[in-house]
Design a protein around this ligand. Structure first.
Ligand SMILES: *Cc1c(COP(=O)(O)O)cnc(C)c1O
Length: 367
């Protein structure tokens, strides 16, 4: 048996007729930037999340950079981000000229620890970027109340959490802005790079739209120094085909998480924690164990591909070496980086594959 970490081809095969037609339609119409496919996706994705405005852009990293820019965050400002996330959450802040301030994550939830966030707030702090890591909602109630007390902006990094809900409310509707990535492996993935910024704020929406289009509200009228970051028509056409299936794919991921949970409940593996009132969308299913690297190698020998999200907490990457952090600054993130292992997770994963993964994982643990 083979168990890949993700398999994008199965999904393509299941959509082949519809997808091929949607791509051919774009080729035949030969409108490759903008057009109806882009505005349709922006409208329907905003509706799906429950936000008023969605602006497509080049990728999830651009989305973060543009969200920070329209909030006028830059030199002299500080932005608090989790010590454990994909690097874009932090690098987007650094690229604005603002200072990244890392906060640790919660032991069982892997999302921003509100108590550590509060310790890191200074007079220069302008914003917090919670990440719904692995698809599990961050503690938005506590983070929002900090934002209110200290007059801070919130940008939700929703790159891993399409359709996740915190206390019944869709992630991406809590902050001033929310950023999404549609990188192919994300829960809603394009066939290349794509992203979006969502907001309920009309003024920020107009600024974003202008920023991504060379600072021009209309052609050859450059109000600002902008940039060029847009959702390609072909990617929008792909996303339009996929969006109606997102809910059923998410339900599959949640079912698979239950299956893993049942298969592994008697093992010594620490399973991901999900608060009952929230909807975790399992972009990643990460377990915690000792001898993680040996387990990963053992499983790879059985054709089971695992991954690590992430092997180095951001404060300890070379990119952020100048901050001179030590593991004791972020005890949870420093422990996680050595212990967690992401098991195969995608909607089309079969029960047989999950049984095979768990059998070999437990075989290693008792050996
Ligand atoms: C994937 C990801 C991004 C970046 O998205 P790209 O589309 O790859 O630029 C940002 N933040 C998080 C948490 C991510 O997982």
């Amino acid at each position: 048996m083979q168990v890949p970490f993700v398999d994008l081809n199965i999904q393509y095969q299941s959509l082949k007729k519809e997808m091929d037609q949607a791509v051919i339609d774009v080729l035949e119409q030969s409108v490759f930037c903008g057009g109806e496919a882009v505005s349709r996706f922006e409208r329907e994705f905003a509706e799906f999340i429950g936000s008023r405005y969605a602006m497509g852009c080049g990728n999830g990293t651009d989305a973060l950079e543009m969200a920070l820019e329209v909030l006028q965050i830059g030199k002299g400002d500080e932005v608090i981000v989790p010590a454990m996330t994909w690097i874009s959450t932090a690098s987007a802040v650094s690229r604005t000229g603002a200072q990244v301030v890392f906060a640790d994550v919660l032991e069982d939830e892997f999302t921003l620890d509100p108590a550590d966030v509060e310790r890191k707030i200074t007079a220069k702090t302008k914003a917090i970027i919670p990440v719904h890591l692995h698809g599990r909602p961050a503690r938005m109630d506590q983070l929002l109340s900090l934002a209110e007390s200290y007059q801070l902006k919130i940008i939700e990094d929703c790159a891993q959490s399409h359709g996740a809900k915190y206390q019944g409310q869709m992630c991406g509707t809590f902050g001033d802005l929310a950023t999404f990535s549609f990188y192919p492996g994300k829960n809603l993935g394009a066939y290349g790079h794509a992203g979006a910024v969502l907001t309920n704020n009309e003024k920020l929406a107009a600024e974003l739209r202008m920023l991504g289009n060379h600072g021009q509200p209309e052609k050859h009228h450059h109000l600002r120094i902008g940039r060029n970051s847009n959702l390609d028509t072909l990617q929008a056409a792909v996303l339009n085909v996929k969006l109606p299936y997102l809910e059923q794919w998410t339900e599959k991921r949640i079912q698979h998480a239950h299956t893993y949970q049942n298969l592994l409940k008697d093992s010594r593996v620490k399973l991901p924690f999900v608060p009952m009132e929230n909807r975790h969308v399992f972009h990643v299913y990460a377990v915690r164990l000792h001898k993680r690297n040996q387990v990963a190698r053992y499983l790879a020998d059985k054709n089971i591909i695992t991954n690590i999200h992430y092997p180095t907490a951001l404060p300890f990457t070379e990119a952020y070496a100048e901050l001179h952090h030590t593991p004791s600054d972020f005890p949870v993130a420093s422990a996680l980086q050595h212990q967690w292992l992401s098991l195969p997770m995608y909607p089309e994963l079969t029960n047989e594959q999950m049984e095979y993964v768990c059998r070999h994982l437990m075989e290693f643990l008792v050996s």
